[in-house]
Design a protein around this ligand. Structure first.
Ligand code: GBH
Length: 456
């Protein structure tokens, strides 16, 4: 079989997020974020797990960078914990918090790994939630100020900046279905949150452009939904249109086209008149970015019907039924379907010509097996990753400008509402001893990077 070779300059990365790996929740001036509050609230996270210690990355950062160096990755995508840098979400930066990220980026640069920094991966300072959170307009301005603090401190050493990770999850899992922090179930508030996240992104882009060197790349990451109607019926196609609006265009249109999707405004009219979108906002949300990051795990199949409330799909509950996609499943029970990734990439090639794309997350949770010698085997994860990278290769061959791929995740970590029970790492973490053991998938990825492609 022929090898699937990737472009010589393709970026091969791994990804993590602050709250999922760092631990040290009360150290060096860090105060609670909404995820500390949420995870410490009984019943919110499986098994009562919290990020208090997580993978203890705050104290093991150098060891973790060394692991990546062994893998041969070219890039590392991490997030900065807002409550470490600006604990109350207001006022000056905490030097010790910034120092950690300065040491991390220096360690990466000396390992010849490019730092890709995300400003917000869901850990809003609790004080800002107490003041109203993302449904409150001022939070966007607070975020822009925080972005400026981080840019002033790290702008000389970080080449790639991402404003938000998955605002869909922040808005709709956080404020509509309530399965993520802060756990609110207010459909109308979640739509305000979505707009204010777009506004926060745009304001941060403006601040970053002013603070960073001209060579810096500024981006955002969306968890886009590969939506498919169950059948070609008008009702099923309408369901797919609604979920495309609420899952994709609610962010893509304001950010890339400076407009709100007209059908979304109509679909949600019973919840809001969207008057929180003020004159000039859509110019801010569409401040030009240098690329778009896409996180993809599994496809979404929908049909005409109804779904349970509270749901993360405000206004769609009486029109849309979610249909389990066929085929194999991961340990999250998410369907495995690389075609969904291929479909998203080719769609974006057509809809956003000239915008370079990055797969900023892709990966899978599986139970892995340690053999008596201590080696950790995860054949399903290798198959999942191989299939999805083959889809990326096919997209490249079809003219999609995909610049890189970040595997989620480097380490087993705190999987949000699922706690430590779900493992996405290519490096196993024993959470009692904090021992790291690269899995078979880590060796497989190192081999892919070394040969610059798949064995075909
Ligand atoms: C990402 O979110 C996060 O950025 C990351 O922190 C996290 O650890 C990682 O993924 C793994 O979860 O109902 O079966 O159709 C993922 C966002 C949104 C993806 C909900 C799966 C539902 C799948 N997820 N979606 S399904």
């Amino acid at each position: 079989m022929t090898e699937l070779t990737f472009p010589a300059r393709f970026r091969w990365g791994t990804a993590t997020a602050a709250y999922q790996i760092e631990g040290a929740a009360d150290e060096d001036g860090r105060t609670p974020s909404i995820w500390d509050t949420f995870s410490r609230t009984p019943g919110k996270v499986r098994n009562g797990d919290t990020g208090d210690i997580a993978a203890d990355h705050y104290h093991r950062m150098a060891e973790d960078v060394a692991l990546m160096k062994d893998l041969g990755v070219t890039d590392y995508r991490f997030s900065v914990a807002w409550p470490r840098v600006q604990p109350t979400g207001r006022g000056p930066a905490v030097q010790k918090g910034l120092d950690f990220y300065r040491r991390l980026t220096d360690e990466l640069l000396s390992a010849d790994i490019r730092p890709v920094l995300t400003l917000y991966h869901w850990d809003l300072p609790q004080e800002l939630e107490d003041a109203g959170g993302w449904p409150h307009r001022e939070t966007a301005e607070r975020f822009a100020e925080y972005a400026g603090l981080v840019a002033d401190a790290l702008g000389d050493r970080v080449p790639t900046w991402t404003t938000l990770n998955e605002p869909w999850c922040a808005a709709f899992l956080g404020y509509a279905s309530g399965v993520h922090a802060p756990g609110r179930t207010d459909a109308a508030a979640s739509l305000r949150a979505a707009h204010h996240l777009n506004l926060a992104h745009g304001r941060a882009v403006q601040v970053l452009r002013a603070a960073l060197p001209a060579s810096a790349e500024v981006s955002l990451t969306l968890n886009l939904h590969a939506v498919r109607p169950l059948s070609d019926s008008a009702g099923d196609r309408d369901a797919a249109r609604r979920i495309d609006a609420l899952g994709n265009r609610v962010f893509l249109d304001p950010v890339f086209h400076g407009r709100l999707p007209a059908d979304l405004v109509e679909d949600t009219a019973a919840l809001t008149d969207w008057s929180f979108v003020r004159d000039g906002d859509l110019e801010v949300t569409s401040a030009p970015v240098d690329s778009l990051g896409i996180n993809y795990y599994s496809p979404t199949v929908v049909a005409a019907g109804t779904s349970e409330t509270p749901s993360p799909w405000p206004g769609a509950e009486r029109h849309v039924r979610f249909v389990p996609a066929p085929g194999p499943r991961t340990a999250m029970d998410w369907p495995v379907d690389p075609e969904g990734l291929y479909g998203l990439l080719t769609r974006l090639r057509d809809e956003l010509p000239g915008t370079p794309l990055m797969v900023t997350e892709n990966g899978a949770a599986y139970d892995d097996y340690a053999d008596p010698s201590g080696e950790v085997h995860d054949p399903e994860r290798v198959a999942y990753l191989d299939g999805h990278l083959a889809a990326v290769h096919r997209a490249l061959a079809d003219g999609v400008d995909v610049r890189g791929y970040f595997l989620w995740s480097l380490l087993d970590n705190f999987e949000w509402a699922y706690g430590y029970g779900k493992r996405f790492g290519i490096v196993h973490v024993d959470f009692a001893s904090q021992r790291r053991t690269p899995k078979d998938s880590a060796r497989w990825y190192a081999d892919v990077i070394a040969r610059g492609g798949l064995r075909g």
